[in-house]
Design a protein around this ligand. Sequence first.
Ligand SMILES: Cc1cc2nc3c(=O)[nH]c(=O)nc-3n(C[C@H](O)[C@H](O)[C@H](O)COP(=O)(O)OP(=O)(O)OC[C@H]3O[C@@H](n4cnc5c(N)ncnc54)[C@H](O)[C@@H]3O)c2cc1C
Length: 486
Amino acid sequence: IERNHSVGGAASAFKTGALTIEPALHQTADPHDPSEPKHAILTELGLLDEIEWIPISPFFSVKGGPVGQTFDLPVGFDAAHLALSTRFPKSRDGFARLLGAMEQILSGVERLTRAGETRSFGELLRAGVGLRGLARDWRLSTADVLLRFLGDDEAAKFAIAGNIGYYTDDPRRLAWPFFAMAQGGFLKAGGRFIKGGSRVLTMKLAKVVTKAGGSVLLGRDASVVDFDSSGHPAFVRHVDSRTKADEQRIAAKQVFANCAPHVLARMLPPDKRAEIERAYVGHALSISLFSAHFGLRVPPPKLGLDRYSLAVLPDWMTSLSQTGECSRMFAADPGSRMPSFGIANYGAIDSGLGDGPALVSVVGVDRFDNWAALAPQDEKVRRGRWLDAFEKALDREYPGFSAAVSERMFLNARSMHNFMNTPGGAVYGFAPLPFERGIWAGLPRSSRTPIPSVYLASSFAESGGFTGAMKSGADAARMAMKEKTR
Ligand SMILES: Cc1cc2nc3c(=O)[nH]c(=O)nc-3n(C[C@H](O)[C@H](O)[C@H](O)COP(=O)(O)OP(=O)(O)OC[C@H]3O[C@@H](n4cnc5c(N)ncnc54)[C@H](O)[C@@H]3O)c2cc1C
């Protein structure tokens, strides 16, 4: 049941004029890697080979700020170490230890998964040995670990974590195990873009549902969950999302909430609502993002824009921990300082996004509060000014950029809030904060909720991004099937 008129949430597509906009996917970890969570899911659904996964290389590039000239971070731990230590020799040893720690965590977790599947004691032992470092550093932040290995070499930190805006706006508030797994996964196997855009994946997933006898309802707001006398779900009610009328209901013994738990809470009777609120509401939310989309009449490489994924740092930025300052800039019109931003240049790959103008998206951290108090007209004006500012910034870097723009659009944290229906426009569920308890306590959240037969199947369950959302959906499905057989 989806309230929008297209399926997929953030993983969708829309058009402005002749330009097809990919609103969310820049890259996702390679699902061909058997240890990557999407691998098992897509294989089971028969979709892995139905999708063309376009390789992204280098993993990302970064320029400006303390980095200076463009640095390309290649895929592969050895290649990454060579490139990093050649360009930033002061941190050669630190990089070796940092990359070594990431690699060890990845292989330890892989072994642990294999040991679970094969029930092999030997694998379990080897996993345990590999995971000693992770256990020791479980509660550290990414800033702590970067400081340990790279000291005050901020250029080196940007070189390995210049895409931090995809996770958080503050490395002190980013759990090290989370960063090590996510960034390590990209470093190990590289990222992929789905040819045709994330809409291709979503349409195929919807087809899996309909082929299995299910239905996909669009333009319908899930509004109420009714429970039977034993406290289990009985019905889900839904209404037309525009008129809020035409209520219908579906019998449902198990419910998978892909919306934020804050939205789910409002659908529940008071006692259950209180339980969900106690479990989730008030927890720190992930960042939101802004995105400025430009359609170009000429291939971007002709203007010098040849990298696919590029982080651009302003001169005033000297430290990775200043990323948060960027997210607050949208509380005012553009001034003398620009924020750091990432470029996803779909014109540099075989994106399959259509025959229209080439899409170049500029993305960075934003907050709902920046825009919340503005009247619609004032918001429109400020959005326009920021769009102009980014266009000018790109024109300075790549002369001829402005003249080549035929379509453009600016989305902010409020747009994310409106489209995804998430509090604060959060795009990755809850904030991936450093863990408060030791490794023995496991991950702080899962797809299981305090209410029997009601599951979270979204970025709010475990972690965000395409991989996190799909993994939590699959985990919820497995839990529900187990519950059903019981
Ligand atoms: C600009 C941008 C760039 C990004 N780049 C990347 C990237 O490169 N790689 C990556 O992995 N991730 C990226 N992400 C993040 C990723 O898109 C999201 O984390 C992920 O898609 C969230 O999936 P989800 O299923 O949890 O939620 P959503 O995609 O938000 O889906 C939730 C759905 O629930 C619907 N809904 C809510 N309430 C109701 C209701 N009451 N009734 C019916 N329907 C309801 C919403 O309409 C929405 O469609 C990016 C996001 C953005 C915005």
